[in-house]
Design a binder for this molecule. Structure first.
Ligand code: ATR
Length: 276
């Protein structure tokens, strides 16, 4: 019998997760189904427990439920605890709900797949919302020289940087700093746009000297056409990468948590690119 998984969101109609997981399941010969479920805004916990009672084994969670999914969990991974939100739930054999966040791992894997070196890099992240909080831990674990978080509301960036600065990071000596856009420096190696400004076609105020000549601009968003941020960066001659690969990589990590099989992401990423 086919085993059940799903993605919860509200709205959920445009999610590409069912397509991605169907491709993974086919590639890996896994007998499973994966559907999109629009959970009621006021009762995410109820939707999860109903799904589990009907035989559901795991779920992805997207906007606006990532924080509520965190609260539903009985057991949180360390990276989920730091992120304060989760995108993956697993119904354990012991009946408990296990939760993890795979967005940050997805981002780092996609950067690696594109040959971007994070070790000793000067990284700038634009934005200080939930999406950014969720990727900081894996970014820091990749060993950058420095990580600067810049946000329209400067206090949010300062407070987010302070949260991560105080975390135990083993041998890691990265300097984590938060500020407004007025305190940006020159020549970052990797600039990651984690704001939702792309959705409204807007761009944070960025200086001409922001990127190093061999720097990389990455947008956690993706669309059929390059986002305004990536257009801005490519007009300045730097390499650009959108977030489609991050979407596929975070899905692959969730798939691994459920099925203990690691799909080959490249053909899936190529297929999705053709379908955009
Ligand atoms: P998400 O879950 O996508 O991170 P969020 O928590 O609402 O959503 O955060 C949105 C982020 O995009 C914030 O960093 C926000 O900046 P503020 O904290 O100052 O609101 C940023 N953002 C949204 N629209 C923006 C714009 N037009 N210019 C610059 N930053 C923008």
């Amino acid at each position: 019998m086919s085993e059940r998984y799903c993605v919860f969101g509200h709205p959920i109609g445009h999610s590409r997760s069912p397509r991605i997981h169907a491709l993974f399941a086919e590639q890996c010969g896994q007998a499973m189904t994966y559907e999109a479920i629009e959970a009621p805004r006021e009762d995410f916990a109820g939707a999860w427990h109903t799904f589990v009672a009907a035989g559901g084994l795991g779920a992805n969670v997207t906007v606006p439920f990532k924080e509520e999914a965190y609260r539903v969990a009985d057991v949180l991974s360390q990276r989920a605890r730091r992120a304060g939100a989760v995108n993956t739930l697993v119904h354990g054999r012991d009946g408990r709900t296990y939760a993890d966040t795979t967005d940050g791992v997805g981002l780092v894997r996609d950067l690696e797949a594109h040959g971007v070196t994070l070790d000793d890099a000067r990284i700038l992240v634009l934005g200080a919302g939930g999406a950014v909080r969720g990727v900081l831990d894996p970014l820091l674990a990749a060993g950058p020289r420095s990580l600067h978080i810049a946000n329209r509301t400067a206090e949010k960036a300062v407070s987010l940087a302070a949260d991560f600065h105080l975390q135990e990071r083993g041998q890691q000596q990265a300097c984590v700093k938060g500020s407004g856009y007025d305190a940006l420096e020159d020549a970052y190696d990797v600039v990651i746009n984690g704001t939702s400004a792309s959705l409204s076609g807007e761009l944070p105020p960025l200086p001409e000297t922001l990127l190093a000549a061999d720097g990389v601009a990455y947008d956690m968003m993706y669309a059929a056409d390059p986002t305004v941020f990536l257009q801005w960066a490519s007009a300045r001659g730097v390499r650009t990468i959108d977030g489609l690969g991050m979407l596929v990589e975070q899905a692959a990590e969730s798939f691994f948590l459920w099925r203990h099989v690691r799909p080959d992401t490249e053909p899936v990423r190529n297929m999705l690119r053709r379908e955009l």
